[in-house]
Design a protein around this ligand. Sequence first.
Ligand SMILES: [Zn+2]
Length: 292
Amino acid sequence: MNAIPEPSVIVMTGASGSGKSTLARTWPASYRLELDAYRELVSGDAGDQEATDDAVFVLHTVLEARLARGMTCVVDATNTRADVRKYLIEAAHAYELPAVAVVMTAPLEQCLARNSRRPANRRVPDDVVRRQSAQIAAARPGLRGEGFDHVVTDDRLMRLRLLLQRAVDRVHAHHQVDGDHTERARRMLAHRFFGEDLAPAFHWTQLRPNHDPVGALAVGGDEITLAYRTWYPDPLDWGFEAQVPCLGGCSGPAWVPVRSPMDLLAVYDDDFPEDVVRCDRCTAGAAAREAV
Ligand SMILES: [Zn+2]
């Protein structure tokens, strides 16, 4: 079986670091019931093991609510314990949906290596990874007997295209434009530059022929004005500049390059080196005085 039936309850089964979450992300976000995410939701820390009971409670609540609506659930947790799997199988069958076990096949060494690269709070002790891996190996032959309607290994699933298509759909959704290629490119540019957090707060405000496009990063009563500079000959030098008050002795606007969220924060905090913040007029004035 290469395709997984939907709706269904898809039970990811694998040790920490076996690639479960990467595979789970090939399903739409709303399908994914991720134990780590619920730990973070209830405790602020995805690695807080003391929050597991509360996180499991949230997971079961979301599971029930979705199954009652006949919607697919992808349970992204290690699911190495038989009693945990039993609960999920019974929940699926209570709503007359098939239960599908997706067994991760990454070898133990790979799980350990991936686990060691994780941030400290997400890292599981090596002996736990070893134990999980052994539990899965022992459970694998009996998964059908436990009540799973389908058992499939991750190496049989071809889901990269689905992930790519979803990424494309997301780009389209974020940049819904009326056919204008330039406008579309501008929106994509802002999205790429600002990232997921800031992009929704950014919009273009002045788009005039033969002028650099100007936009604003605005939330509530706060606003940073930004222009996108394209006059440099090398496109690799193109980028945003933020408008700040000139510190050259006049009250005019000056522009400073911003290449990252860190630069934007410095602009907001007035934390730019003073000698950088000069309007063209003050820069020209200083150069003239030096020439004298
Ligand atoms: Zn000035």
